[in-house]
Design a protein around this ligand. Structure first.
Ligand code: FES
Length: 274
């Protein structure tokens, strides 16, 4: 069992989860993830590794289905069944480059360890966070600490620039030198960013979040098509060149279990709330 040191709602549907562990920090690097299981009946879910120290590991997750609902109900001092990690390949490090880092939803949290490491490696870090509305943006102060610039985009214009990421990228790169773009967030954000940067010829690295089971390269559930070849996001990723991702395949596979997830959540809610 693993002790929950902290579970906190950051903004609606997005939670911080800090777990007690003495081993994650020994090998943790930016861009890696952990797998957690809320209870003995819970599925294994991959979550971005956000922060770590000698006694803890932190993740940020979005409450979407039964398993994340279970995590969202945890209180400080509770226990979960399992924690495994760090897993996946770390973010490929670059040095002395102008890197535009984009995050949305849980991806805002996922940016944190990566921009911290980019900054440590003498890159110029331009952080950009986006959401539907201002109340869904978070961690501006934490991100500012490791950013040369911090931009905020809201689709309704309630904070920062009004619009979506495609307009921002086109506008920003027309006025500034950008060597690389790094994106963390939902599949639509990573897809849209990659589609926008492809004609601009700017290298774009995206963090993918396909469904996973074992997260050790054995079950094949997390397979994605990269440059025409099958790769496993858990061991070959989760970060890939966004211009090489077969987005149609990924989006289709992401939708396979939506109906089952919806049913599972309503059964769970009936069980809990009657
Ligand atoms: Fe099973 Fe990646 S989760 S191969």
């Amino acid at each position: 069992m693993v002790k929950v040191l902290k579970r906190e709602l950051i903004v609606p549907n997005i939670h911080l989860l800090v777990l007690e562990t003495e081993f994650i920090h020994k090998n943790a690097k930016a861009g890696e993830f952990v797998v957690v299981r809320a209870d003995d009946y819970g599925e294994r879910i991959p979550l971005n590794l956000i922060d770590w120290d000698k006694g803890s590991a932190s993740t940020v997750f979005m409450e979407v289905g039964t398993s994340t609902r279970k995590l969202a109900c945890l209180k400080d001092g509770d226990e979960i069944a399992d924690l495994a990690g760090p897993l996946g390949r770390p973010t490929e490090m670059i040095q002395g480059q102008n890197v535009l880092c984009i995050g949305g939803c849980y991806g805002i949290g996922a940016l944190y360890p990566v921009i911290r490491t980019f900054k440590k490696n003498q890159n110029r870090v331009i952080t950009t966070i986006e959401a539907r509305s201002a109340f869904l943006l978070y961690w501006q102060d934490k991100l500012k600490e490791f950013s040369d610039e911090l931009h905020q985009i809201t689709r309704d214009g309630t904070n920062g620039i009004k619009g979506h990421i495609d307009g921002f990228i086109n506008d920003y790169v027309s006025k500034n030198k950008v060597d690389m773009i790094y994106v963390q967030g939902c599949t639509y954000l990573t897809f849209l960013s990659s589609q926008t940067t492809k004609p601009l010829g700017i290298k774009t690295i995206v963090g993918l979040s396909p469904i996973m089971i074992d997260a050790t390269g054995m079950c094949g559930v997390c397979r994605v098509v990269i440059d025409g070849k099958t790769k496993f996001a858990c061991v070959d990723g989760p970060e890939f060149d966004g211009h090489q991702v077969d987005w149609e395949n990924l989006l289709t596979r992401r939708h396979t279990y939506i109906e089952h997830e919806r049913k599972s959540l309503s059964f769970y809610e009936c069980e809990i709330y009657g």
